[in-house]
Design a binder for this molecule. Structure first.
Ligand code: PEP
Ligand code: MG
Length: 759
């Protein structure tokens, strides 16, 4: 079989299946002929078909296993390899079936002599209605062409089985009894927040009625036309004001455009049509392959790109089948929570923002484009909810707790009441903080604290006015790079920086040059040697990349300098480890400045250069660096991970070490004291500054500038206005000289007795 191409194999099987179906044989006889035909064409020793009957996967036909097992061997969904394939709707390809943890031995089948196993779900309207599996004596993994042929067969089988009434459609597709009571599902918090509304399925699923083509050429034409139409749609979207004029969507749409014109994709669909499938089935076939690949991809960013491709594939399927409407095109009737396996960012933006309250995804990751966009839109998102779409119906009431990553489906009235109360409290709190927009963060003893926000997207800019923050203390420029398919061109960088400066008006914006590498991997910017890193957080990232690929830094320097023409440019470098790195990065900017001067371009009025303190070694040389700096920004996220030698992304360590510990506090105080004689501004821009108790601790160390997440501005301002800076500093001095057993509790108690809320 490996010698045979997938196209030829699938075509040969389709021809045999056609013959079988045209025969007058009964359903069981047809299935028997089908397993023979598949087995012969794929040259496999075993071919079996399991179908769903009364909730169990029953062996309906086999070639190669004991015939006595037919209609006797039954597996629950989720049980054994076959049950796992059906439960997860995924393909398994195993060289040694018995080594798989889900393997369940069924002695009546006589399968012990067969080592390798490949199984594919037979899917109807997104539910597995059966499984087709092949087995071989020889232990080996199946070739991709073999799996593809098997997947094509499974698609055809799904149509044949339904037509032959071999499965009870009502049983499979009707509303199962378990979809009536309340249910709680757990997932991963992607964007925090609370929401309630009715479940709206993003895509009323395209039903593929016909899988086997009558006329291959006609199917090819249908696909060509659909491609044209889809490309037109994408181009049009790009020109619409909502998506265009600079938003992050521009980068996203660029990625879409790249895929829409991708020749590999069209070629694979064409090959599937060659094998005898209809246009719809061919698109779905190729999409299945993409999904399978996606499961194998470790790189989250690359996986996100694959989701974009899936989004486009769904679009193409809708066009070709004429089943055009997503829930967006039909309009949301009331408060809605969108349900999708995955969602493209452009698709999210098609919804009515007033009615769309939340999003729940079966997949999704923190860095997915759609999540970045949802965050900017203020819509809570929970992802990685397994089997989501099988657990609810359109119109079910849902309560989404994005803070805890929990979803209540069809909640009991008492739960709704409790949720509403939380909701009301939340709104009240938000309104209270919003009203503090104009309130100055001044301590009781008259110290003005600077409270700025962290940002990274153009869509974050309205937060400046909404929170009344003093500026942007950290603008993560790498976000633009992260949502782009390719390195963003200089003009596009300039445009973003200019827009950000304009939106900020006279409030300062500190641009951090790209911090890529670490957890922010760009598929288009790899190591020269193509090696992967064991410890990317301590590897080739941030300024280390920028100084080596100085073309990257030069382009960014030009873009920043041009964007800041006539204004002050605040720029800082991430992960400075030794002072010379700061000098080298500054030199790149200075040479670009000289170039622009020669070109008689409008130059910034002033340039303030700063460094991030994220690597402990730099703290030992601050006396050398500080005189050269206009400001220093302490990135406590990275700094503390290096001080504790504890990966900031490892959930097992998340609770283990405390920022409010003598080690971190003493370290930070020493930094403050070293820099103080030089009069250099010091800001803390890590996450800890946005937590009230941590903010209190930082103020106690002499930090007076914070750059924090926008949602924390109100709570931190409120804190500042309640404290006496002299008092907390004196207390902190005492604690650090002779640390109490538990500094966090001591500090919390101190705050509590003064009526300072710090939770
Ligand atoms: C930090 O490390 O604290 C920081 C602010 O930078 P980032 O979180 O982007 O690494
Ligand atoms: Mg950092």
């Amino acid at each position: 079989m490996p010698m045979l191409s997938a196209v030829a194999a699938a075509r040969a099987i389709l021809t045999s299946l056609h013959e079988v179906m045209a025969s007058r044989a009964g359903a069981q006889a047809k299935l028997n002929q089908i397993v023979e035909a598949i087995g012969e064409n794929l040259d496999s020793e075993v071919c079996s078909i399991y179908l769903l009957r009364e909730g169990m996967l029953e062996l309906f036909a086999t070639r190669g296993l004991n015939q006595a097992a037919v209609h006797v061997t039954r597996l629950a969904v989720g049980e054994g390899l076959v049950g796992t394939i059906a439960a997860n709707i995924e393909t398994l390809n195993l060289a040694e079936a018995a080594a798989h943890p889900d393997f369940a031995f069924r002695p009546e089948t006589g399968e012990e002599k067969f080592h390798s196993f490949a199984g594919v779900p037979i899917v109807r309207r997104e539910r597995a209605v059966g499984v087709v599996a092949v087995q071989h004596v020889e232990p080996r993994r199946y070739e991709e062409v073999e799996i593809e042929a098997l997947q094509t067969v499974a698609m055809v089988l799904s149509e044949l089985i339904a037509n032959a009434e071999l499965i009870d459609e009502e049983e499979v597709l009707g509303v199962p009894a378990h979809l009536t009571g309340p249910e709680r599902l757990k997932g991963l918090t992607l964007v925090k927040g609370l929401a309630s509304g009715v479940a709206v399925f993003h895509q009323p699923r395209v039903t593929i009625e016909h899988v086997v083509a009558e006329d291959t050429e006609a199917e090819r034409q249908r696909v060509y036309l659909a491609f044209d139409k889809m490309r037109e749609q994408i181009d049009r979207m790009a020109s619409q004001a909502e998506f265009g004029v600079g938003g992050e969507h521009e980068e996203v749409l660029e990625t879409y455009r790249m895929f829409a014109y991708d020749e590999g994709w069209t070629r694979r669909i064409n090959e599937a049509i060659d094998s005898g499938l209809t246009a719809e089935a061919a698109i779905e076939r190729v999409q299945q392959r993409t999904r399978m690949r996606m499961r194998q991809i470790d790189d989250p960013l690359l996986a996100d790109r694959m989701h974009d491709l899936e989004d486009l594939s769904n679009r193409l399927l809708r066009i070709v089948s004429g089943q055009l409407g997503t829930a967006a095109s039909m309009g949301l009737k009331g408060d809605a929570i969108l349900i999708a396996r995955n969602l493209g960012p452009a698709e999210l933006l098609e919804y009515d923002r007033r009615r769309l309250k939340g999003v729940i995804l079966e997949e999704g990751s923190l860095t997915a484009h759609v999540v970045i966009v949802a965050r900017a839109m203020g819509i809570p998102v929970v992802g990685r909810v397994r089997g989501l779409r099988g657990k609810m119906r359109d119109g079910d009431l849902l309560l989404l707790d994005g803070d805890q990553g929990v979803l209540d489906v069809r909640p009991a009235p008492t739960l709704v009441e409790a949720f509403e109360a939380r909701f009301a409290k939340n709104r009240e709190r938000q309104a209270h903080y919003a009203a503090m927009r104009e309130t100055e963060p001044v301590t009781r003893d008259g110290q003005r604290i600077t409270v700025m926000i962290n940002a990274g997207l153009r869509d974050d800019m309205p937060m400046l006015n909404l929170t009344g923050a003093d500026g942007i203390g950290l603008f993560r420029t790498e976000f633009q790079f992260l949502v782009s398919a390719t390195l963003p061109a200089r003009e596009r960088q300039t445009r973003l920086y200019r827009d950000v400066l304009e939106a900020a008006g006279d409030r300062p914006v500190v641009f951090r040059t790209v911090d890529i590498g670490g957890d922010k991997v760009l598929p288009y910017l790899r190591h020269n040697d193509g090696e992967t890193e064991e410890n990317p957080a301590m590897g080739w990232r941030a300024l280390r990349v920028a100084l080596e690929r100085d073309g990257l830094l030069k382009v960014q320097a030009r873009a920043l300098l041009e964007a800041a023409g006539g204004r002050t440019l605040n720029v800082m470098f991430p992960m400075v480890t030794e002072p010379w790195e700061f000098d080298a990065a500054k030199a790149v900017f200075e040479s670009q400045l000289a170039f622009l001067k020669r070109q008689k371009k409008l130059l910034p009025e002033a340039i303030r250069y700063g460094a991030m303190l994220e690597v402990p070694a730099l703290a030992e040389c601050l006396d050398l660096l500080a005189p050269k700096l206009s400001f220093l920004s302490i990135g406590t996220n990275d700094l503390t991970q290096f001080l504790f030698a504890a990966d900031r992304a490892n959930p097992k360590l998340a609770e283990r070490y405390d920022w409010i510990s003598p080690a971190i506090m003493r370290f930070l105080r020493r930094v403050v004291q070293t820099v103080a004689p030089f009069g250099t501004d010091i800001t803390v821009c890590g996450e800890m500054g946005g937590r009230r108790l941590e903010a209190l601790a930082l103020l106690g160390l002499g930090i007076t500038r914070l750059s924090i997440t926008p949602a924390a501005v109100g709570p931190v301002k409120e804190l500042v206005r309640k404290i006496d800076i002299g008092e907390i500093r004196a207390a902190m001095d005492g604690w650090l000289a002779s640390p109490p057993h538990d500094l966090r509790s001591t500090l919390a108690e101190w705050a509590f007795f003064r009526g300072i809320e710090c939770d």
